[in-house]
Design a protein around this ligand. Structure first.
Ligand SMILES: Cc1cc2nc3c(=O)[nH]c(=O)nc-3n(C[C@H](O)[C@H](O)[C@H](O)COP(=O)(O)O)c2cc1C
Length: 214
């Protein structure tokens, strides 16, 4: 049986301690990676928007939060190595990760430095834990974002709604990439009837923790 998520710290008339708040934000991120599909109150932190820099400006898209290390302050997500965002990250490794959780009314904006893992132990470890349903998209014969004459489902058409076998799914490994994000700063915003509440937790270059005007 899956457990309902522990509610994030709520706004009250008394301010929460900044260090408790920081710890709770990281705990909520960790919990989001562990939640089950059938859980009724799903955390909004299960997905995030990744904003990147490009030569001509900026880009952004949703991804699934895959793993969180709250002690070292790392976050990981997966993508296809052929995707446009990978090229962008190679040129401009700094990203903004934006989370919104409707239940707790909390937005987190994380500034992070990324590192691409394709043919190494980190990528192997994530790939090993990935179920065949998620591996299926890495079997796509088409480069993400390439023009197509007709709608293309993002995996070999012949598979339809079937899942690949574990052995067949291995063909997707060459297209699989893990993006590791070293978090440099976390900007917290809580929306509440009694007012908003905003705080900064900066880790690099210097540690700084402070309330901010929303
Ligand atoms: C809810 C949701 C979750 C998604 N998760 C991922 C993901 O984990 N990894 C990924 O590469 N794309 C994911 N996508 C697709 C991306 O948003 C995007 O369309 C795709 O990766 C191409 O982006 P790019 O051209 O900027 O590389 C997700 C989309 C949605 C709507």
């Amino acid at each position: 049986m899956s457990q309902p998520p522990t509610p994030a710290i709520q706004a009250t008339s008394t301010s929460p301690n900044l260090s408790d708040l920081e710890h709770d934000n990281w705990r909520q991120l960790v919990l989001a990676t562990k939640q089950e599909k059938e859980q009724t109150e799903r955390s909004g932190f299960k997905t995030m928007t990744v904003a990147t820099n490009t030569a001509s400006g900026a880009d952004a898209r949703m991804v699934v939060l895959r793993q969180v290390d709250e002690v070292r302050r790392y976050i990981w997500f997966h993508t296809d190595v052929r995707a446009e965002k990978v090229m962008q990250l190679e040129a401009f490794p700094t990203v903004m990760l934006v989370f919104w959780d409707e239940n707790s009314q909390v937005q987190l904006r994380l500034t992070a430095e990324t590192r691409l893992h394709t043919d190494d132990h980190t990528a192997d470890e994530h790939w090993q834990k990935l179920w065949v349903g998620s591996r299926k998209t890495y079997l796509s014969e088409q480069t993400p974002g390439s023009e197509q004459p007709t709608p293309y489902p993002g995996f070999p058409v012949a598979l339809g709604e079937d899942l690949p076998t574990e052995a067949d799914s291995e063909a997707g490994r060459k297209n699989f990439a893990v993006i590791e994000c070293r978090v440099l700063a976390m900007d917290y915003l809580h929306l509440g009837r009694g007012g908003q509440r905003r705080a900064l937790f900066q880790y690099e270059p210097d540690r700084k923790v402070t309330w901010l005007a929303p």
